[in-house]
Design a protein around this ligand. Structure first.
Ligand code: C2G
Length: 139
């Protein structure tokens, strides 16, 4: 049994998130996902996610490629999470290229190319502009 672990905020879930989870699963038999807590997201990105951590955990848990989820409380706890979940492979998007090489004595570290042209930020921008063009009138 080969365990794969990956991490992310997965806010405003989109096809780039789905692609990386699908490809991560293909590296083993079980996929375990550390979903960044709201507090960790504030530290990383200086803002709260749109969806709170409870909802993001539920969404990721519901994806068919995902076998187990947990809350990632700190970027510095990777080694502990890897040991706790007996991970054999760590998969990260290549926006993190090189950042987790120090864990390669514990796990095989794999960076996958990000899906082009989609991000949580771009989705938020599209929604903001869509709201300006087509205001909703409630009467
Ligand atoms: N991703 C992708 N393609 C995109 C957007 C995101 O492959 N177009 C990948 C990212 O590379 C990451 C995962 O989807 O591996 C989750 O993305 P984020 O939610 O942006 O993750 P991030 O906030 O960078 O958190 O401990 C590490 C972090 O918690 C990673």
């Amino acid at each position: 049994m080969r365990n794969v672990i990956t991490f992310g905020t997965f806010d405003v879930f989109h096809v780039g998130h789905l692609n990386i989870l699908k490809r991560a699963k293909s590296f083993g038999d079980r996929l375990i996902v550390g979903v960044s807590s709201d507090a960790l997201n504030v530290k990383k990105k200086d803002r709260y996610p749109i969806y709170n951590e409870t909802d993001r955990l539920s969404i990721i848990e519901g994806i068919k490629y995902v076998d187990e989820v947990f809350l990632e409380e700190s970027l510095e706890l990777k080694a502990e999470y890897i040991t706790r979940y007996s991970a054999d492979v760590l998969v990260m998007g290549d926006d993190w290229q090189g950042r987790f090489d120090y864990l390669s004595s514990l796990v095989k570290v794999v960076y996958l190319e990000r899906t082009p042209s989609v991000s949580t930020t771009s989705v938020i921008e599209v929604i903001q502009h869509a709201r300006i063009r087509t205001p909703i009138t409630v009467c």
